[in-house]
Design a protein around this ligand. Sequence first.
Ligand code: ATP
Length: 879
Amino acid sequence: MNYHNLSSQDTAKVLHTSIDSGLTNKEAGKRIHEYGENVLESKKNKSIVYKFFAQFKDFMIAILIIAAIVSFVISLLEGHADFVDPIIIFTIIILNAVLGVLQETKAEKSLEALKNMSAPTATVLRDGNQSVIASKDLVPGDIIHLETGHFVPADARLLTSINLRVDESALTGESHAIDKNAEKTYAEETPLADRKNIVYATSIVTYGRGSAIVTGTGMHTEVGHIAKLIMVDDTPDTPLQKRLASTGKVLGIVALLICLAIFLLGTIQGRPPFDMFMTSVSLAVAAIPEGLPAIVTIMLSLGVSRMAKKNAVIRKLPAVETLGSATVICSDKTGTLTQNKMTVTDVYSVSGREAFESKEAHHILTLGSLCNDSTLKVTKKEITATGEPTENAIILAACKVGINKAKLDLNNKRLSEIPFDSSRKLMTTVNKMESDNIYCITKGAPDVLLSKCTHYYDKGKISPLTNNKRAIINKYNSDMAKRALRVLAVAYKETSTVPKGTALTESALVFTGLIGMIDPPREEAKEAVSICKHAGIKPVMITGDHITTACAIAKELGIMEGHDKAITGAEISAMSDESLGNNIDDYSVFARVTPEHKVRIVKAFQKNDNVVAMTGDGVNDAPALKTADIGCAMGLSGTDVAKNAADMILTDDNFATIVSAVQEGRGIYQNIRKAIHFLLSSNIGEILTIFAAILLGLPSPLLAVQLLWVNLVTDSLPAISLGVEPASKDIMNNKPISPKTGMFANGLVFKILFEGLLIGSLALTAFILGYRYDLGGSPDSLTLGRTMAFAVLSLSQLFHSFNMRSDKSILKIGIFSNMKHVLSFIVCSILLSAVIMLEPLANIFKVVPLNPKQWIAVIILSFVPILVVEAQKRVNNNH
Ligand code: ATP
């Protein structure tokens, strides 16, 4: 069906809807069944089977599988088919893959849930009431409202259009915004791009507003026809996951080389090749931290859900890591650092401050209410306003002195308008006044508006605006700004016809007055600013407001201190990129900036090796949000475009939320680091145990199945519980983590090697105790040695996990301060005892039960890492 050749009335008829009241909710409910949800079919989620087999793509797992097959074949060739080992290796690998799939599915689900939290919405008229619903619930026949910054949620025939301009580049590739017009109709064959009475799903409203009847939804839209896969966000691996994958590869290769070396060594020593092969397989198993990738994914997804609970919705997973490294947070002022609850406190005419009840103030507030899109809502209990806070403040102040906005609008009909935009900082309406005269009324930033005024109005008289008067007005303006007030100027002119174009409309105006309003800082912002400063993060204020207003609030919040400077957008425009980059660190307040300046500000900070978080809400903020390392969009006041460009959405628009997200990000990074430290020290311990035994001419002290058990069970649980370790309280007293230093900075490699060596020697000692000295006597001293090595390896790792929890002594942070960790310790200890003491399990893992004397030896040896690392911590912390 083509709607571009129908009038809007006919379109409504065809779609059985009412232009005045929209569909009924009942009808909409019926149509959603008929037409389906308004979503584009996205890439099908990968099937479970695919996901399962994808787990085996892992390089390290591939080595294991090959080893298992080879060992089976060799045992067959040698005539004593050994099924147990390969079966166990396979079982464990399959279990691991199943866990991997479960994990992946869970992570996908939680990311999906997050996506839904940030899903686009649409303003729709149903049953005569306007409300905001999820875009996916739209049906053909719905009447939608469109405004600057909205995504067009479906294909729709325009009903009204006021200066409506739409960016259709996602659909047509045309990069210029297109003017739309509800009044036109077009011939049937008119090409898509020329149908100005239709708006298409996925376009963006860049200017103006309008309303429209939905004609097509979901896959029945133009964009649905051409591109089935558009707008599907893949979740890329984070830099850390990528780095870990490559570390894994290196470990795999090193393991292969060690295997080869051991194999050769053993052969030279004259050992049977099959034994040597099995030992090599054990080594490969020992070297590979099988659980690591899954654990990192678990930690990231746990962290992301924790952040969502604290109002920070992560849209792109890598942002979690980047957050921890943030060094500069550039924040909008209005609404993020302040409450965005404006109240008019001052009204000035050229003669000075006016009482609200005065004739002059009445005149200024009347003009301010006419050039205004807010509406009053009067109930018995209270009078509220809906719309932009700045405009709400004006009509509420006007209401107090008896000016009723609705009545004003009725009696002074609006003929046309030029909407407010933050680059011009002005808004104009053209009204046919009661007196039949045509008035162009402009309100906006005084510094901008005053330059467009030639006269001023005072006490019913219009006089030329002399420099002297300008100076007086500027003084009033700066006096108010110093008190942290936002100031708007109001001007007008009388014309005989509606002027054409912005330049003609907004010129030769008559200055009438100034309106000052207060917007108190958010209570929690001050503390958040001070946390930032302690944490080595520079908080920066970016605002469209006047420099004096901005500085007053920045000082109150502590953003501007000591030698900090402020700069305006105009001054930035006059600077080269190079000099901006050289001086950027001096500034903490950027005032009267337009969204275009934001990109330059971000780049200048980045040039000095900063990791920059930047907030934004408008359509024009999208480039800055994309350029920033962490783009933060406003959940409440942000446009769809800004949200789509952002890495993170602040659902409460609050500066303090960014700071707590940074804290969370640092915590996650720290915990992942702990898990890596823990797991790799265990792997190194295992390799060294086997390597040393071979060098000493002993049999392999640990078998492949035993090592897999340690790596996948007794290591994984404590590692995961380290991931839920609460972030240490002083985490925000440290400097940001430099992305350059990487995971293994601060001597981590040394620590891993040292602790690996320690654990390795303990396991080897246990093996020798069992094998050579045969504690308590046993018919099979080799198995006893292996059992003791296995027990010490597992248990020492479990004890060692307590060391990992903090740089501080475990006694200081409290053993029970992470109960999940204590629980994982208990569960793993029970599992370990079960494997050793229950016969069927003991047979599978080729271990024998231990007597009390042997257990005591195991426990004493296993406890050594705690003593050594505690001593080490004491020495380090005393320095
Ligand atoms: P911030 O960047 O701190 O969030 P902001 O985005 O609210 O501030 P803008 O909305 O760009 O800043 O406002 C800049 C200036 O434009 C204000 O100082 C005010 O003088 C003027 N202004 C704001 N809203 C309106 C409006 N609705 N009509 C006319 N002028 C306005």
